[in-house]
Write a protein that binds this ligand. Structure first.
Ligand code: SF4
Length: 411
């Protein structure tokens, strides 16, 4: 039900719905007919290569986010726990495997699709975490299909040439198995085209995110996490590019007309960490009632791959997938957040300590305190989880946020 603190509707949302629906219908049809072949890919896996080789690409993490947003996750996680997957590991993994075991998916209500599409091959990149490999390994055993992947260097500051060459070789090394599964040879022109679409999608997505540097901001993090769907699932396609051209035009118009996502915007925040998928609306409305707009986040910016270069697809993919925030060391991450502060002019950070995702949690090794000392950025750490709402206390978080905003008022 709408109230005065509900988010303002974005007209492009109708097109967004269609892009997402088409993505799932296309996959469902391919799963039923056996053509084109389907590759499952981690969210920052080599999607351009898969597109370039003619695969349709399905992203289990996107399904995980749907399980979280629809709050089906909390009920499904115990089924994965029962077969030995700990409640302490990624709740995308546990809710997704639980969903498969229970034969329950949010795709049914949203699109009348009975189940996730059966894969022909599973392709991971450990740049984000090890959980994705274990997650895909389970499905590889279940479906008896090949599991291949890239092992990325992690916790790195400066990026060295040998690291990029290694990753580029690993990506290229996937080609023979993918050719065997698809029955087709790699078509370099098609690969370059996918890389170019992905690069352009990234540029447009970055421009959309940066429109929030306007004061007042035309949209919030809670809008962006919904509108980033095509940046994940339509990467490497023309539809991705077209969608963000449309969205960007609307956001620019809002900026030109001084339209505020949060009426009477008084405070601007940065969200560090995973969204709490099942509580997006409650958090958005509480912050809006406090005249506070979340203008930027690490999470949404993680799908910007501007390094992609169609003239050098393998090395540029290696660079794009290694320069990511999640792959880097603490000093790099701190400098990055400080540079975001310069651009977005936020007055505080909410760090989400997500119980089951240490990889996207950056409050555990002193970063909030170092940012406070170094740049005077105030912060609040909230406990929660991306999908497992048993780890989240709504009342406690509400009180913490109120107190944090009071603290900002006083400073
Ligand atoms: S980065 Fe976190 S949320 Fe994403 S797959 Fe890995 S553990 Fe799960």
């Amino acid at each position: 039900m709408k109230n005065e603190y509900s988010r303002k509707g974005i007209a492009a949302a109708a097109t967004l719905k269609k892009v997402m629906a088409d993505h799932f219908y296309e996959l469902d049809e391919a799963a039923r007919t056996g053509f084109p072949k389907i590759a499952w890919c981690t969210s920052v896996g080599p999607a351009e290569l898969l597109r370039g080789m003619g695969f349709l690409v399905y992203y289990p993490e996107n399904h995980g986010a749907m399980l979280g947003a629809t709050r089906m996750a909390t009920e499904l996680i115990p089924y994965a726990n029962a077969i030995g997957y700990s409640p302490e590991i990624c709740s995308y993994l546990t809710s997704d495997i639980g969903s498969y075991l229970r034969k329950k998916t949010p795709l049914t209500k949203a699109y009348r699709i009975e189940s996730v599409p059966r894969p022909d091959v599973l392709v991971f990149n450990t740049n984000q975490c090890r959980d994705v490999q274990d997650w895909f390994a389970w499905y590889s055993r279940e479906f008896k299909v090949p599991l291949i992947g890239i092992h990325t260097h992690r916790g790195i500051g400066d990026i060295w040439d040998y690291q990029i060459k290694d990753i580029a070789q690993q990506i290229e090394g996937l080609v023979p198995k993918l050719e065997e599964v698809s029955g087709k040879e790699l078509d370099m022109d098609r690969l370059k085209e996918a890389v170019e679409y992905s690069r352009r999608t990234s540029e447009l997505w970055r421009d959309c995110l940066e429109s929030a540097s306007a004061i007042p901001s035309p949209w919030t993090f809670f809008d962006a996490v919904i509108h980033m769907g095509p940046a994940v699932v339509a990467r490497g396609t023309r539809q991705g590019v077209e969608y963000y051209e449309l969205l960007l035009a609307e956001l620019r118009e809002r900026v030109a007309n001084n339209v505020a996502a949060v009426e009477g915007e008084r405070h601007r925040l940065y969200w560090e960490g995973m969204p709490v998928w099942g509580k997006l609306r409650a958090l958005s409305e509480q912050l809006s009632s406090l005249r506070t707009c979340v203008v930027a986040s690490t999470y949404c910016s993680s799908w910007i791959f501007e390094q992609l270069d169609p003239d050098d697809p393998f090395e540029s993919m290696a660079l794009a997938y290694t320069e990511l925030f999640i792959v880097r060391d603490e000093p790099y991450k701190e400098r990055y957040i400080e540079s975001c502060q310069q651009l977005f002019k936020f007055d505080g950070i909410i760090f989400h300590d997500a119980r089951t995702c240490p990889n996207n949690t950056n409050s555990r090794y002193g970063m909030p305190e170092r940012l406070r000392q170094g740049s005077g950025i105030a912060s609040l750490v909230i406990d929660g989880d991306l999908n497992d709402l048993r780890c989240y206390s709504e009342e406690q978080t509400k009180t913490q946020i109120e107190a944090f905003i009071e603290q900002l008022e006083g400073s």
